[in-house]
Each structure stands twice: as C-alpha cells, then as structure tokens.
Design a protein around this ligand. Structure first.
Ligand code: HEC
Ligand code: HEC
Ligand code: HEC
Ligand code: HEC
Length: 254
C-alpha cells in the first residue's frame, strides 16, 4: 500500500506580499514576477516596485497580445535591426536590445528612444506606440533568454583624425550619418537618411519599392540618383575606384 506523507515545510512558498495590496490575476500563467518583476518579499511599496514592469508592458510575456504584435511591426518598419540585435536577429553596430529586459527598465528604454543617442535616428513615436515598442523589446529579451555573462560594452574611439580622413565623412557625412563597424559613428548630417547597415538585409527596402540595396545598386544610385528616384534631392557623387572600395568597407556590417 502506498502512503502519501504530507510535509508542510516542502510546500510553503515564500509570502507574496504583492497580494496584500493587489488582487490576484492571471494566476494560472505564472507568478506576479513573471510578468511584472518587482520584489514580492517586502511590504514596502517602493521596494516591491523596484524594477517593476507596469501593466501596459506586461503583455510582453504573451505572444498573442495585440500590443506586442503592433510593437514588433513598429520595430520592423523603423528597422531597429539595422543597428541593434532584437530577438536574436540584427546587426551589431550598436548594443543588443535583448539584454534590456534583464538589466534595464522600461523607463530607461523609453528615455533612450525618446531622446536618442547621436547616431540613433529620432523616430518621434507617439506615447502609445512607444509602449508597444517597449513591449516588443522586452519580449525579444524573453525570447533570447538571460545573458549568460555580461555583454561586453561596445566602445568606439571615434577620433577627430578618423573623422577627417575617411571617404564617408568627406563625401557623404555632411548630409548623412552612419554607424560603422570599424570606426563607430561617422558623419554629422541630419538632412538625409541614416545609412547604417545599408547593404544588410535589415535596412529598409528603399532602393525601389520593395527592393533592397546592394553594392551594384548603390553604385548606380551614386552615379545618378534621379535615374532611380526622379524627385530626389541627392546629387550624383563621383568616387575614385579606391574611394569606392573604402566606402564598401565602411558600410559593411561585419
Ligand atoms: C504596500 C502596497 C503595495 C505592494 C506591496 C505592492 N504594490 Fe503594486 N501598487 C500599489 C499601489 C498603491 C499602486 C498604485 C500606483 C502607485 O501608487 O504606485 C500600485 C501599482 C502597481 C502596478 C500598476 C503600475 C502601472 O503603472 O501599471 C503594478 C503592475 C503593480 N503595482 C504590481 C505590483 C507587484 C507585482 C507587486 C509585488 C512584487 C506589488 N505591486 C506590490 C501598492 C503596492
Ligand atoms: C501573465 C502575465 C501576468 C501575470 C502573471 C500578472 N500580471 Fe498583472 N498585468 C498583466 C497585464 C497584461 C496587465 C495589463 C492589464 C491587463 O491585461 O489586465 C497587468 C496589470 C496589472 C496591474 C495594473 C492594473 C490596472 O488596472 O492598471 C496590477 C496592479 C497588476 N497587474 C498586478 C499583478 C499582481 C499583483 C500579480 C501577481 C498576483 C500579477 N499582476 C500577475 C500581466 C500579468
Ligand atoms: C542607425 C543606428 C540605430 C538605429 C536604426 C536604432 N538605434 Fe538605438 N541606438 C543606436 C546607438 C548608436 C545607441 C547608443 C549606443 C548603444 O547603446 O549601442 C542606441 C541606443 C539605444 C537604446 C539604449 C540601449 C541601452 O543599452 O541602454 C535603446 C533602447 C535603443 N537604442 C532602441 C532602439 C529602437 C527601439 C530602435 C528602432 C525603433 C533603434 N534603437 C534604432 C543606434 C541605432
Ligand atoms: C549634399 C547632401 C548629400 C550628400 C553629400 C550625399 N547624400 Fe545621399 N542623400 C541625400 C538626400 C537628401 C537623400 C534623400 C533622398 C530622397 O529621399 O530622395 C539621400 C539619399 C541617399 C540614399 C538613399 C537612402 C534611402 O534609404 O532612401 C543613399 C543610399 C545615399 N543617399 C547614399 C549616399 C552616399 C553613399 C553618399 C556619399 C558617397 C551620399 N549619399 C552623399 C543627400 C546627400
């Protein structure tokens, strides 16, 4: 005969003090921390809420959440992946967004996107779109999993000397900016698109409707932009063969 022994110590989970202030919900889908983080072992609200993921982002754990679907679409349209890794895919020209779920907060992500770094474009998202985008970034972190070790910080030593010498700075940088793998951020222009990751699959397919850029198409573009886009403001740029080769190296993402 089988005897089942009940052992009270084994079943006693630590108290969840969240429930002293909040009614439970979605209990069958996990602990409060699974969706909201925070610290359930304290009664003090400030401590309990440290690192809290607010309700409006908490859909990041639910692949079917409509706000998550919209957020993913926004990230796709804005081509965040031409510079960042998001959900394990993208170029490594800037830091990976997959670590942010684990080592940042939604508020810090919001601040970074609303007041972007010098070489990151300003996307001017509406507040609700920013919520959805943050939800997608958190979901990407969940998909990628907690980083095994600290990710090395990307540090670029963009010296004035480099800024002076290179073909991008001289021939394109007055109007364009570019994150380059070798030299970090180049150019000062804000009047024309940020060209980071131009020849990668993560750059918008803006050559002609639905067509990606490649070296051959870029060459045609530089020779005569109006032949591709009749209304364009950009004038032809003539490069010497060695300058062209240098440009290709600078634009490369790996
Ligand atoms: C001492 C009471 C107290 C405890 C403990 C507490 N909360 Fe709260 N919580 C509040 C109050 C009050 C608010 C309303 C907003 C505010 O005052 O910050 C709130 C707001 C929230 C919100 C809504 C925030 C938003 O903007 O969507 C979430 C989510 C939340 N709490 C989750 C948690 C979780 C998870 C825990 C446990 C880890 C927890 N809370 C522990 C009192 C508490
Ligand atoms: C499966 C994910 C999930 C779990 C688990 C979860 N929540 Fe939430 N929570 C959400 C979502 C999503 C929202 C946004 C509103 C909604 O969908 O109900 C939310 C909203 C909230 C809010 C804000 C409500 C409001 O009206 O603004 C509070 C407070 C909250 N949750 C507390 C908790 C507490 C406490 C627990 C643990 C008992 C918990 N949640 C567990 C996903 C979750
Ligand atoms: C042209 C390149 C580029 C594009 C495109 C771009 N970013 Fe960035 N982003 C950067 C750079 C450069 C930084 C600052 C340095 C770093 O974090 O690597 C940055 C920083 C960030 C940070 C702060 C990261 C941290 O570690 O705190 C977030 C969040 C972010 N970007 C989100 C986005 C999102 C979301 C998109 C798409 C809507 C996007 N970025 C598109 C270049 C870019
Ligand atoms: C005097 C300013 C200026 C210079 C210099 C310049 N461009 Fe442009 N470029 C523009 C403008 C403005 C646009 C936007 C054209 C449009 O939307 O039709 C553009 C668009 C582009 C595009 C299309 C991007 C897209 O997604 O639509 C590419 C590629 C490009 N430039 C590459 C270059 C390269 C490479 C150089 C340097 C060899 C360069 N440009 C130099 C002003 C300039």
């Amino acid at each position: 005969m089988l005897i089942l022994l009940w052992c009270p110590a084994a079943g006693a989970a630590p108290a969840n003090y969240c429930l002293e202030c909040h009614p439970p919900h979605y209990q069958e889908q996990g602990s409060c921390a699974a969706c909201h983080r925070g610290n359930h072992q304290t009664r003090r609200k400030e401590l309990a809420h440290s690192g809290l993921i607010a309700g409006r982002y908490a859909g990041f754990t639910n692949p079917l959440a409509p706000e998550l679907r919209v957020g993913k679409k926004l990230a796709e349209q804005s081509a965040c992946r031409r510079c960042h890794i998001l959900a394990k895919t993208g170029n490594r020209l800037a830091s990976s967004l997959d670590g942010l779920l684990w080592n940042s907060t939604p508020e810090a992500i919001r601040a970074a996107v609303s007041a972007p770094a010098v070489f990151m474009p300003d996307f001017h998202f509406s507040a609700p779109d920013l919520d959805r985008l943050i939800t997608a970034i958190l979901a990407g972190g969940l998909q990628a999993g907690k980083p095994q070790k600290e990710q090395p910080q990307l540090v670029f030593f963009a010296t004035d000397a480099k800024q002076g010498q290179n073909v991008f700075v001289k021939q394109c940088g007055a109007c364009h900016k570019l994150m380059s793998k070798r030299d970090g951020g180049l150019g000062i222009g804000t009047s024309a698109p940020n060209l980071s990751g131009l020849l990668s699959s993560h750059y918008p397919a803006s050559f002609e409707t639905g067509k990606r850029w490649d070296a051959e198409r870029l060459k045609r573009w530089l020779k005569n932009p109006r032949a591709i886009r009749p209304q364009t403001q950009m004038r032809p740029v003539t490069l010497k063969p060695d300058e062209w080769q240098e440009l290709l190296r600078i634009v490369a993402v790996d």
